[in-house]
Structure formats: C-alpha cells, structure tokens
Design a protein around this ligand. Structure first.
Ligand code: BES
Ligand code: ZN
Ligand code: ZN
Length: 496
C-alpha cells in the first residue's frame, strides 16, 4: 500500500497565547472561560449557570450565553476546587479551550484566577496542550470546528515581565510536545527510519543544534549491531540520528537516548493482529528526546545535550534477525537474541554505548519498552528505573512539577544474573521467566552504561491515549516526557 501524503501540519497551528491584566468582565472575546470555585457564590452568572445544571464541581464544564455582565459572546464555566494546584489549572484550561474550539471560537480568554505567577504559566500551558489536534490526514477541515487563533490568560500578574517570559517558555515546551505528538500520530508507512531521520534533520536545522545521521553503511562501520540487527528485516534501512546542542556556558552534559522503532510488528516473533495495532507509537521515545532537545536549545538553557534517536523498523522477512542469532553491539559485547519482539533494548544498547562514549555526565533514555510496565503502572504512568538514585529523584521531582505521572521501579538483584545467563553470548536479551519484564529490560540496558549515572523511562503506557481526551491529554500521541526532560535540564542548569 502506497503511503499517503499528509495534507497539513498541526504542530504549527497551536493558538498564540498572551497574558493580560484586563478584568474578565471587560474583555471582548468569543469565549470567556470562567473558573468557578466551590466557594464562589458571587459570580454574576451564577443564577444562569445554576439553571444550566452547573454545580461548580471540580472539572465540570458548562456553556452559557454571555450575559450583561460580560463582553464575551459565550461563557464556559469550569468548576475548580477551593485551592486548585497547577495541575488542576492546566486541566481546567485545557477543558475550557476544548469547549471553545467546539464552539468555533477564534478568540478565548481564560479567567481561572491564578494565585501566582506559576499558576499563570500553568493556565497557558494547559491551554496550549489542550488545543492540540492532529488533522494532517483530514482532507477537509472539519467544518464544525474553526481554528482557535488566540488565547489570552487573564491575571493581575500579567504585568510582570518574568511572567511574560515564563509563558513564552511554556509555549516553546508546548510546541515541542505537539511536535512529538505529531510524529507519534503519523502513519508508520510515512515515517520509516530514513523519512523520520530526514524530518528530524529538517526541524533541527531551525535550532542551534548540530545534526548527524548514520545510514546503514555507517552503522555497519561503527559496529552498531543492535540497531542493524533490529532493522535487518525491513526494506527501509535503520538510522541513528545524533543531535548536539553545545551552549557556550554549559554547566553539565546530559545525554538523551530514544527508542525509535517506527513500526514494531514483533519481527519473526510476530505480534498478534491486535498486539501490533498501535505499534506505530513505538518511536515515541525518540520523538520525545528529539523534541525535548530542540526545546532546550530554543530556550538556550546552559546544558550541553547530546541526543541519540535509534531508528529502525522491526519487520519479519527472509533477512530478519532470528531468535537464536547473536549480535555484536557497539559496546563490543555480544547479545543472544531470544525474542525479536524485545527489540527496543537492542537499539537502545547502541545508543547508550554512544552516549557513554560522548562523555555525558548523565544519561536518560526514553522508550515504549515493555507491556509489563503497563501491567504494573497502568496506561498513564511512566516507570522510572536506573543506576543512580539522585538522577531518578531529580526526574521524579521534575515530573511532579510538570504534572507528568511517573513512578520508580527497582532493578531487583536477581536480574543481574538473569541478563548474564546466556550460554553462548555475553548477555541474554530476553527474560527466561515471565515475571518482572520491565526490570529485566532495565537490567539489560544497565549493562551498556558503565558507571555513568543513568535513568530509563518506560513510557509504554502513557505514550499513547487510545481512549478519549482527558485533561490536556488528547487522543493518540501524548508527547509524554518532553516536559519532564526540559524541566530536568532547567533544574540541572540552576543546580537544583
Ligand atoms: N513495543 C513493545 C512494548 C509495548 C507494548 C509498547 C505495549 C507499548 C504498548 C516492545 O517492543 C515489546 O514488544 N515488548 C515485549 C517484550 C517481550 C517480548 C519480552 C512485551 O512487552 O511483550
Ligand atoms: Zn517489540
Ligand atoms: Zn517495541
């Protein structure tokens, strides 16, 4: 089947966002999103809203025509708790903006009563993240939805220049998240490794970032047996993309490594039909590390970042790697392959070895690695594993600040002997037992990082939302971990 061509790009169509100190009652706008707290009884619109069934319950959204007390055509009331935290404000802003999009608004003002500068930023961020939609393959613009052009966050703090800067920062990160979402949503036939590498090089060209792409010949010369072994079954050859951002006053060097399986059929250990249905998402780690690196560069953070996107398509064919084959990896060690569906760890192993060679102070990899992680933590939570508690804690802190749900998992002791239990090679690729698959995979990766502090984010669950939208999370690709990685870099930059 010939792949189709996307007709439009959605990353570029996020609304503009600004902050204004105007009062909600005086703002001329198509839609005014009004946060109504449970303790609010003075709102002019309360009687109308009550007639419409609004109880003020947290998260509730009710639409009402603008009355005499407002210059807005339509009011969208969003229920808030008495003291909403940043995450509640992000979600409320997203719900309000989505309601505005359904109402065909081209301008929306958000009056969510942010209690401080950080809350203003949270509202802006939620609005941008919530406004995302993927329409690249829709031949007709959906006529019931006009394009939301501008969002204004109303707040008395809007005069502070630090707030204006912080909102611009949030917009950069939201656009990077949208870029990662776009890539994850792209049909897999249109984003095979060479095409994905080209697209990365193209967007990276707009930032102060150096790009180099290794094709299959170079990968061979450089001894990247993991990436080549996984890509061997596909007609589209694998690629390794390296991005480097080297600011003049870097305080530290962070390496990011992303799993970029553009489609995971399982290879010869082929998946079931339903098991491979969403496997275009298997490059979400690579998308996230690339998008985060570009955002860090655009923001000019004083952290050197080297990112490796390990791109391969995992397909069954006469040239595919077989269970039983042994691969010689970039690190020089040999791996006995048992299950060609456990391919992510093989491509990451080469990326991690290269990150160590690059001399990074810390390495973080991001991967849709194991179904077992979804079993353990559900569909919305990222598993955090690694060899350095301080780095894991820094990631968990950054995640908490950004509102991304992440949770630590241990690499239990017995996994060390399991990964070294191959009878014919140095390392065993696949867990001999059906338990602890996420932990085994991390123990495998640990073999390739030496003493460098390293953390592994298993995003198999949260990378993709196959249900309806919730909070600021759309259906489809979520862009998970982009915000946490950028936050980690800015925390490292400020010495936190
Ligand atoms: N890409 C999958 C993991 C995955 C599963 C991601 C569900 C997102 C949603 C990975 O390559 C895989 O197939 N893992 C196997 C490993 C097993 C063969 C050891 C798995 O989790 O079943
Ligand atoms: Zn797989
Ligand atoms: Zn996979």
């Amino acid at each position: 089947m010939a792949p189709s061509t996307p007709v439009r790009s959605s990353a570029s169509s996020l609304p503009d966002v600004s902050v204004s100190t105007s009062k909600p009652s005086t703002v001329k706008t198509d839609v005014l999103v009004l946060g109504v707290r449970t303790d609010d009884d003075a709102a002019d619109l309360a009687p109308t809203l009550a007639l419409l069934g609004f109880t003020g319950e947290k998260g509730q959204v009710v639409v009402a025509p603008g009355g005499d007390a407002t210059k807005a055509s339509t009011v969208v009331a969003v229920g808030l708790s008495e003291e909403p935290d940043a995450e509640e404000l992000r979600r409320a802003a997203a719900s309000g903006v989505r309601a505005a999009i359904r109402l065909k608004a081209s301008t929306t003002a958000l009056a969510l009563q942010p209690a401080g500068a950080d809350d203003v930023v949270a509202v802006a961020e939620g609005a941008l993240l919530g406004a995302y939609r993927y329409e690249a393959y829709k031949t007709k613009a959906s006529d019931d939805e006009a394009r939301l052009g501008a969002v204004t966050v109303l707040s008395a703090f809007g005069r502070q220049s630090t707030v204006v800067d912080a909102v611009e920062h949030a917009a950069v990160v939201a656009r990077a998240t949208a870029l990662a979402r776009d890539w994850v949503n792209t049909p897999p036939g249109d984003l095979r490794p060479p095409a994905f590498a080209d697209q990365i090089a193209e967007v990276a060209g707009r930032q102060p970032v150096k790009v180099s792409v290794w094709d299959e010949k170079r990968l061979e010369k450089e001894g990247c047996g993991g990436i080549l072994g996984v890509g061997a079954g596909s007609e589209a050859p694998p690629r390794l993309v390296r991005l480097s951002y080297e600011p003049r006053k870097a305080v530290t060097h962070l390496a990011l490594v992303g799993k970029g399986i553009t489609f995971d059929s399982g290879g010869l250990s082929i998946k079931s039909g339903s098991g491979m249905q969403t496997m275009k998402i298997d490059m979400a780690g690579a998308a996230a590390v690339v998008a985060a690196t570009l955002a860090i560069a655009e923001l000019g953070l004083p952290v050197k970042v080297t990112a490796f996107a390990c791109l391969a398509e995992n397909m069954p064919s006469g040239s595919a790697t077989r269970p039983g084959d042994v691969l010689t990896m970039r690190s020089g060690s040999t791996v006995e392959v048992h299950n060609t569906d456990a391919e992510g760890r093989l491509v990451l192993a080469d990326g991690l070895a290269l990150a160590v060679e690059a001399g990074a102070d810390r390495i973080v990899d991001v991967a849709t690695l194991t179904g077992a992680c979804v079993v353990a933590l559900g569909e919305r939570t990222t598993g955090v594993l690694g060899n350095d508690d301080a780095l894991s804690d820094a990631i968990l802190d950054a995640a908490r600040t950004t509102g991304e749900s992440m949770w630590p998992l241990p690499i239990v002791e017995e996994m060390k002997s399991a990964v070294t239990s191959s009878k014919i090679a140095d390392i065993r690729q696949h867990n001999p037992k059906p338990y602890g698959g996420t932990l085994f995979a991390a123990a495998f990766l640990r073999e390739f990082v030496g003493d460098t502090p390293w953390a592994h984010l298993d995003i198999a669950g949260p990378s993709f939302n196959d249900g309806g939208e919730h909070g600021y999370t759309p259906s489809g690709g979520t862009g998970v971990s982009v915000r946490t990685l950028v936050r980690l870099a800015s925390d490292l930059a400020s010495g936190d």
